[in-house]
Ligand binder design. Structure first.
Ligand code: IDP
Ligand code: MG
Length: 136
């Protein structure tokens, strides 16, 4: 049934009330939601999820943002799901994201950039297991 990837609609996008718009874009791109949870992350949960960025200067601020309100976490399934989702999201910095991408449309800053998406198949497997342990 294709590949799976993890997507997170970040607190800035939830506050902006664009959950529906973003999920519609996943569906239109052939990325079918197969699991979903709404999660207001604790600091510990966000820190573990973004552990790879622990030494980056923006880490503390990123964690504060991810814990600033509820998120919507989805497993998306489809052909080439990781790559298709990364293209649909656009570049990390919304100002550099291709027009029409989710981050170009809804991102507020390089930090509050509306969505997360797994960056490769291996990362997707780890990230899906982290939020959906029953799926593995
Ligand atoms: P990605 O989300 O496009 O994969 P990463 O480099 O993995 O980008 O960074 C993870 C998250 O950390 C980004 O989505 C963004 O929220 C935040 N971030 C990345 N670079 C910066 C920065 O230079 N300043 C502030 N936040 C950043
Ligand atoms: Mg990344």
């Amino acid at each position: 049934m294709g590949e799976r990837t993890l997507a997170i609609i970040k607190p800035d996008a939830v506050k902006k009330r664009v959950i529906g718009d973003i999920i519609q874009r996943y569906e239109a791109a052939g990325l079918n939601p197969v699991a979903a949870r709404m999660v207001h992350m604790s600091k510990a949960v966000a820190e573990e999820f973004y552990a790879v960025h622990r030494d980056r200067p923006f880490f503390g601020s990123l964690i504060a943002h991810m814990c600033s309100g509820p998120t919507v976490i989805l497993v998306l399934e489809g052909n080439d799901a990781v790559k298709v989702n990364r293209e649909l999201m656009g570049a990390t910095d919304p100002l550099k994201a291709e027009p029409g991408t989710i981050r170009a449309l809804h991102g507020a800053s390089i930090e509050a950039n509306a969505v997360h998406g797994s960056d490769c198949h291996e990362t997707a497997t780890v990230e899906i297991a982290y939020f959906f342990p029953d799926m593995v």
